[in-house]
Design a protein around this ligand. Structure first.
Ligand SMILES: *Cc1c(COP(=O)(O)O)cnc(C)c1O
Length: 488
């Protein structure tokens, strides 16, 4: 394809994307395809001759888009907001169009330096001190893995430079709440800690946040039995209910043992853009306790602009206090990657796993510059207010309950109707009822919700925050929920 052909095709594709976004409210939110439908609609063998763009776009319309959950739809309230603001889409297109290759500072100086600049802008916008340095990872899962690799090596005095984990006598342990995202135990497994050394800590039954007393007890037990605590992953905004672990208390416990503190704020981190929500990470910079004990800053913080804030996937920020801890574990310096001359610059390949990096910083750069942070903040505040408003309506309705504190934009609800003889539904019958109305709502195409287990019992999450979701959309999902639950 020549640049001139690209120009023509690109205009058509941009028009198509704009039409797709405009038409979203008229589409069902959840796809109705069954496994194999998409495969069955596609040729089994690859094309050998070039086709027209029109043919490709027709397939986009007829096969691909109907085979997707429409997560940019204003009535998508399932999982979490996975916003792809169009300003950041332009940045993504620019990144692809330039086709830069980041493998060293010299391979694309502006790629490295713009990443440093936007990470620092985001640091300022979220109220972190100048002591933090940021990098863009693909996902929070990768960020957590990278943090745990650095934590492991710090705790083991860089044993990978010698015999590695296999030469350690004392097993290294990792802690997180029982509500931590599945990415946390996965990262701990991949970092080699071993299932036996991954602790799932009990939570407060009312707030669903990690119970510091249970954490302290688990750490003491491990230490007494000869194990070496290496890392705690603090959930700021859990997946099920957006519960917020008490960071300062956890940091104080960690400080006594020199444990790495990684904060997983993948979803909730967007709220740090709002000064009134900085309490989510209260203590992150370190503090002195009333009895004069100095608690150092947390070690790492990861969050996803590609969720609620809306800088399209894959844009996950990882901040660390001491980048040299990442570099010591992950640096490589083969001859072909050396910068010529005496260049002293950031080499982001040493801050994570991949060598080649895309120009992801352009997505944040376009998003911040074209949408503006104040507009993004107003949208987040709109979503927070909509969640509170929904929670009030649910609470006021007979037979409906809000089952967890609404700390951010997720409202967890349950419908507990009376059975045929006036008794309140419970046990297995209630479980079936909850799953039935949630499924009916998802199949209706009106909206999406996500059933999840809380304290062993099903509830339904309504996660507000798609860029285009207004109160009327939340209300439409709630109205459908009431109607469908009454029939279920
Ligand atoms: C979404 C989420 C993750 C995983 O994020 P990815 O970027 O998809 O890896 C991890 N932790 C929490 C709390 C999340 O909300």
């Amino acid at each position: 394809m020549t640049p001139e052909e690209f120009r023509t095709a690109g205009h058509q594709l941009i028009d198509w994307i704009a039409d797709y976004r405009t038409g979203l409210p008229d589409r069902p939110v959840q796809s109705t395809v069954k496994p194999g439908d998409v495969t069955g609609a596609l040729p089994a063998t690859p094309p050998t001759a070039p086709e027209d763009l029109a043919a490709v776009m027709r397939d986009l319309d007829e096969i691909i888009v109907p085979g997707l959950m429409q997560v940019q739809h204003p009535r998508h309230t399932g999982w979490f907001p996975s916003n792809a603001s169009l300003a950041s889409v332009l940045g993504d297109i620019a990144s692809s169009g330039i086709g830069a290759l980041g493998i060293s500072w010299q391979s694309a100086p502006a790629l490295t330096e713009l990443e440093e600049v936007v990470c620092d802008w985001m640091r300022q916008l979220t109220g972190l001190s100048e002591g933090w340095r940021g990098v863009i990872q693909d996902t929070a899962s990768t960020g957590c893995l990278v943090a745990l690799l650095a934590a492991r090596e710090r705790a083991a005095d860089y044993v990978s430079e010698r015999g590695g984990l296999q030469s350690l006598e004392a097993p290294l342990t990792v802690y997180s709440s029982e509500h931590a995202h599945s990415a946390t135990p996965k990262a701990a497994l991949l970092a080699g800690f071993g299932r036996d050394n991954i602790r799932s800590i009990a939570t407060d039954p009312a707030t669903h946040a990690l119970d510091p007393a249970a954490l302290r007890a688990a750490i003491e037990k491990d230490v007494n039995e000869g194990r070496r605590p290496a890392a705690i992953v603090v959930s700021v905004g859990t997946t099920a209910t957006t519960a917020v672990d008490p960071l300062a208390e956890i940091m104080q416990i960690a400080a006594g043992y020199g444990i790495w503190v990684h904060i997983d704020a993948a979803m909730a981190g967007s709220a740090l853009l709002l000064p009134e929500y900085r309490w989510l990470v209260e203590g992150i910079e370190g503090f002195t306790t009333p009895d004069g004990f100095t608690v150092p800053p947390a070690d790492s913080l990861g969050w996803n602009p590609h969720k609620w804030m809306g800088t399209i996937l894959d844009t996950s920020l990882l901040y660390v206090r001491e980048p040299e801890r990442l570099i010591r574990v992950m640096s490589t310096n083969p001859s072909f990657l050396r910068n010529s001359g005496a260049v002293v610059a950031t080499e982001y390949r040493d801050w994570g796993i991949p060598l080649g990096r895309r120009f992801r910083a352009l997505k944040l750069w376009f998003h911040l510059r074209l949408d503006g942070v104040e507009a993004i903040r107003e949208r987040l505040r709109r979503d927070l207010a909509n969640a509170q408003r929904l929670a009030r309506l649910v609470t006021a309705e007979p037979d409906w309950t809000v089952v967890a504190p609404v700390s951010l934009q997720t409202v967890c609800i349950r419908h507990t109707p009376s059975g045929p003889n006036g008794e309140t539904l419970d046990g297995e019958a209630l479980e079936q009822h909850t799953l039935a109305w949630a499924d009916a709502l998802n199949r209706s195409g009106v909206g999406t919700v996500t059933p999840a287990k809380l304290a062993g019992q099903w509830m339904v999450r309504i996660s507000i925050g798609v860029e285009s979701t207004e109160w009327s959309d939340v209300e439409a999902v709630w109205t459908a929920a009431k109607e469908l639950a009454a029939q279920a």
